[in-house]
Design a protein around this ligand. Sequence first.
Ligand SMILES: [Zn+2]
Length: 313
Amino acid sequence: MPELPEVEVIRRGLEKKIVGLQIKKIEILNAKTFEGDPQLVTGATVTGVWRKAKILGIDLVRKSLIVERRSKNKDDNRSTTDDTLTLLFHLKMTGQLVLVPKHKLRTTNHEPLIGGHPTLDMLGEMPNKSTRAIITFADGTKLYFNDQRKFGWIKLVNRESLIDNQFLKNLGPEPLEKKFTWRVLKERLLHHPSLPVKVGLMDQTAVAGIGNIYAAEACFNAKIDPRKKVRVLSDDEYSALTKGIKDALLASIKYGGSSRAHYVNSDGEKGYFLKFAHVYNRAGDPCTVCGSIIQKIAQAGRSTFFCAKCQKI
Ligand SMILES: [Zn+2]
């Protein structure tokens, strides 16, 4: 399942390639995948690509209205509820985004951009049998949303409605932002003081976008036993944990994400983060720091990996 770093890697790729492009049309091949009126995006121009937790947002402005507004009043740059739209994407379990540039030439600028859940057919011809929606840009570039299991979705919303969006509102702070400090983390985790630290980190209202892999890696980086209750952590441990979260996420983004077999990032390169993971999915292997055997336990129905020697209870 794509986690925060995988979605961030896709976001960075798309930002480089689609900002400024105009949408010609959107085709919905599976009705349940798309919510909203697809006609509204026709003629819209991409103004930005952002991420909040695992949600990807593509901001749009409808061109006809920009021209109309400019002709009426050159100084009026205010937004209206009608012309600033956002396409929200959630990849869920098996979603993928594949951007195929107008010329499929083998040059750096024309390689397909690929990201999300890894499958072999994501490298092949598009569309394929998992394609649920296709966005065609005016220059011929196409963005394919593929999703084998159909849990993923795209929603078209007015930008202003995002302010009141309950789901986004309830998300915890973004761990990669500067204002995410150990004090913020402590305050958030102490909403549920008796939770084990690794389980607490996976609560999306405590911290946004941390899943099973990065919760385990963050505990290892901070040298904290994942079973330790959040209420007994010292301020020093909160500080180490905050740094541990950031380090794990940044390392993963650097290596292009984490998906196991053949994760491919948005520049078509494979993601190798799991080769660099300290504990995740390494049960029975030696600890990268002390050589002890990495343990595997179950917490809240998920596997937890840790080093009993390096990580203190
Ligand atoms: Zn160790």
